[in-house]
Design a protein around this ligand. Sequence first.
Ligand code: PXG
Length: 454
Amino acid sequence: MSVKNPQTLEWQALSSEHHLAPFSDYKQLKEKGPRIITKAAGVHLWDSEGNKILDGMAGLWCVAVGYGRDELVQAASKQMKELPFYNTFFMTAHPPVLELSKVVADVAPAGMTHVFFTGSGSEGNDTVLRMVRHYWKLKGKPEKKVIIGRINGYHGSTVAGASLGGMSGMHEQGDLPIPGIVHIPQPYWYGEGGDMTPDAFGVWAAEQLEKKILEVGVDNVAAFIAEPIQGAGGVIIPPDTYWPKIKEILARYDILFVADEVICGFGRTGEWFGSDYYDLKPDLMTIAKGLTSGYIPMGGVIVRDEVVKVLNEGGDFNHGFTYSGHPVAAAVGLENIRILRDEKIIERVKADTAPYLQKRLRELNDHPLVGEVRGLGLLGAIELVKNKATRERYTDKGVGMICRTFCFDNGLIMRAVGDTMIIAPSLVITHEEIDELVTKARKCLDLTLEALNG
Ligand code: PXG
């Protein structure tokens, strides 16, 4: 590979010799070497070759306030000097974790006033599993253990997270899911709706929850977990009928509802949480990513007051992480939420940048490769197909990866989930940057089509 910067090769050699990367094809990574990202500002990244790239994925769905916010650096630095670490176990706490708990409760849906902090979204969902089973035991119903997730849902990569999720590629490795976790179909109309209308398919997909509850037995079911909008699964926006029907079913049965807000939380839909957008009233909400804008790792679970009341009467909860409520992460989280609130970033997404992005993205519908453009808030998906009318795919071509590579080479980061291109830019993206994103996306769609025809 010819490079402009000899250091690129040195770093790539270190990768090959010493680094085991997450979610990567190791053989391919060894052959090609990783692209080295060296700095960032706003919504742009630079690689070690000096290329400037528009980051259409906000890091990995997380850099809500954009790169380069000095206030977050200062908050971390001040906290590191004052108290870089202390734990929150065994009857101790520190100011940042307590202040952040209050601020998260302020922005959370009504009646959800307590937070259990973790180091990541996966740890958040491990906490969910432990907490809901503990809750039902305290309620005198220890047999209520089964958690229902969804096929192609994503809830993290720890053993519990990957089991709650419904990613077949993850289940194949490591003999997952663990016992006590079952899955129902996803509300992915474009991919799986067949001849049904979106509305009819939404009802059908929701009814699968009731079917599963009855199959497992309501006395055995602890909870249902779902992302308001599936992110890693391909920005899957359920038909309008889906969540109302799910809510109806949940109201009929005594089970907990867990909204995994790791992607939807902290403004991505134009509301603070996806649960606000769809009026979901969850009992627990998993959070991470936008909580600290990814500047430092932190996740957690926001818990409804009725659940907390039961936990409060239950003695020891034998669960926690060294870094639960880490003071530096908490200080960054506090400052991040202050920025989101003071600069009215989420209000701007809702009133201005989300409608603009959605309008501009839909212009790509006229492209011969594009079967559907969908999106909501600052989330978007572009389905690549061979035949627009029948939704037929290009089988065995890896069109998504071809397009993703063109994007990478032309200064745009879009993720490919199969043949679905997805975006989730920072919440601070401007109209001009949205224009840049859509222009680059169209160019890369053209290049992909040329490559397929060539
Ligand atoms: N829940 C959801 C909904 C997520 O999107 C997690 C939990 C786990 O969070 P941590 O912090 O443990 O990674 C996530 C994470 C992708 C991709 O390919 C998405 C995630 C992670 C890695 C890759 O889009 N989401």
